[in-house]
Design a protein around this ligand. Sequence first.
Ligand SMILES: [Zn+2]
Length: 276
Amino acid sequence: MTTDELLEQITTDIYKLHYVWDTFLLLFASDKKNVDVLNAVGSGFFAMNQTLMYDDVLLRINRITDRAKVAGKDTASLEQLLHLTGWRRSDPANWKIFSDELRTVKSACRECRAHRNRRLSHKELDQATPLPPTTRKMVETAIEAVERFVRLFNRELRPDVEISFVVTNVTGHAERLLRHLTNRRSQKQPPPETRILYVKGNRRAELQCGFCGETEVVGYYPDDRTSPHVRLHFAKCDGLIGCEVVMIEAVERNGAEPPRTFLVDLKDKSGSLTQQ
Ligand SMILES: [Zn+2]
């Protein structure tokens, strides 16, 4: 493989790294509402994906910054890229400049490497020594160092070709997923009216859900302000995402009591209604 070919391959690897990392950031580290939506529709599934995506990013960073030879096999890595130039003999000054740059990259990726060596590719028996915390900064420091090296290297090898790692529409698929998950009646204005109709002294009441249009018999307990049936309905209601705060008006059918307004916070799983 030529230096140019490996440079192309590593550039593609960085684009793929961005695809995973930028998607991770959009879903789990940008708008809190995105996290609320994902938790509401599939908390375990998305928590698993969050871990898988983060660890995948760490593995991708490690592959790019591996030694030129691992277990007797040549790797598609930055170190290999430098070896392929032959600068060690032909251009010692450049060899030194880029060897120093590579050391800087490896230092920036040290914490990512600790995770790869001690947790991801192998599992260290000694669990007492703590690993560096899995932070956004740890990953961004590593990615910036890798990109800087590749930009400098590319400028040296192909001064007339500018390289960019900005990929447009990289999070398009994740954005579409979020759009589909949030395309519910509850997100459209005006908010629909949801009511509990009851008769004073009778705990069997009727829920008229404005989000899906269905009517259901529910228990109404105004004194302790809990109504598990109402929550059961909202848990399966296709007009809701499952992380909204829903306003309900409780109306006595014969006007024996003034209407009361309750809020149900669907993120709060404890089951209580809050009177306004
Ligand atoms: Zn409903």
